[in-house]
Design a protein around this ligand. Structure first.
Ligand SMILES: [Zn+2]
Length: 305
């Protein structure tokens, strides 16, 4: 067959790296390129994304590139292609899809990064084989991707899944979102580090140090227990509402593996009386989940149009 395979450019714009791949409809990666994220200068971020795209367009050669699919963290309107807020990237009410589409001469489709990662885990990773899944990504913050009855749920506002901002404690720790007592103030990787630093009287600490000290430092055990208790409360609300069959845990904190899964399962088993405790597993696709999901979501949108 004479070089007729169509391709898309899938990009995951992360906190430290812009990861781009040239992908065919079967998911085969034909080339990859990356750039460091440009910080909070929105124009520099657009320039860096454009460079990754142009490098991949050169790799595509004569093969047609149908679209660029961009997975972005923050508040994203995937229908209009506008990023309402991505503070770490320097975008606010920025028409990213139009700007890049104009520069590159190719349609640009915008996706939410957590929805992309959840889609990838559901189709190709740890979520395979179930129709009711909650993929929970725990890193600097916490966000979830919801699948109900085999369908990804975006909600009427397209902002479903903000598990990190579910309030689990009245009058709790203040959150930058403006609420108090949000889950992510207790169980994100960064919050666990802050709690351990406070408990030990140090200037700073990381969640990795807490995980490594489990079983040997009672302060680490206490910080971890409080974090898992908070996470179980947030998840309890979600699974009771949704009838979730499987929870897939991803993001940096999921590297704790059984030290996270075991206590979370125990907390839920001790608490849940109405819902059924779902299977709890660790995500399989790691850091590539976002870019894999961006390709999947882009091919889906192209076939829907
Ligand atoms: Zn919040």
């Amino acid at each position: 067959m004479a070089g007729a395979v169509s391709l898309v450019i899938a990009l995951d714009v992360g906190g430290t790296n812009i990861r781009g791949e040239l992908v065919d409809p079967a998911g085969t990666v034909h080339a990859a390129s990356h750039e460091p994220t440009a910080g909070s200068d929105g124009d520099a971020t657009l320039d860096a994304i454009e460079r990754v795209c142009r490098a991949l367009l050169v790799e595509a050669g004569d093969r047609p590139v149908e679209a660029v699919g961009l997975a972005v963290p923050g508040v994203v309107d995937s229908r209009t292609g506008v990023v309402l807020l991505a503070g770490n990237l320097g975008w606010r009410d920025t028409a990213v899809a139009d700007i890049l589409g104009h520069r590159l001469g190719i349609p640009v489709l915008l996706h939410h990064d957590v929805n992309c990662a959840g889609l990838a885990e559901r189709e190709l990773g740890a979520g395979r084989g179930v129709d009711d899944m909650l993929a929970v990504f725990i890193g600097t913050g916490i966000a979830a991707s919801l699948t109900v009855g085999g369908v990804a749920v975006g909600g009427g506002t397209n902002q479903a899944g903000e598990l990190g901002h579910v309030v689990i404690r009245e009058n709790g720790i203040e959150c930058p979102c403006g609420q108090r007592g949000c889950l992510e103030r207790y169980c994100s990787a960064s919050s666990i580090g802050i709690a351990y630093a406070a408990a030990t009287g140090r200037d700073a600490a990381t969640s990795l140090e807490v995980v490594q000290a489990l079983g040997s430092d009672p302060l680490a055990d206490a910080v971890w227990d409080e974090a898992i208790t908070a996470l179980a409360l947030g998840i309890l609300g979600a699974i009771t509402l949704l009838g979730t069959e499987r929870i897939v845990l991803g993001g940096g904190l999921a590297a704790a593996g059984d030290k996270l899964v075991g206590p979370l399962r125990a907390k839920l088993e001790a608490t849940v009386r109405v819902a059924t405790v779902p299977e709890i597993v660790v995500a399989e696709l790691g850091q590539r989940a976002g870019v894999i999901g961006a390709a999947l979501a882009t091919w889906k949108r192209l076939s829907d149009d």
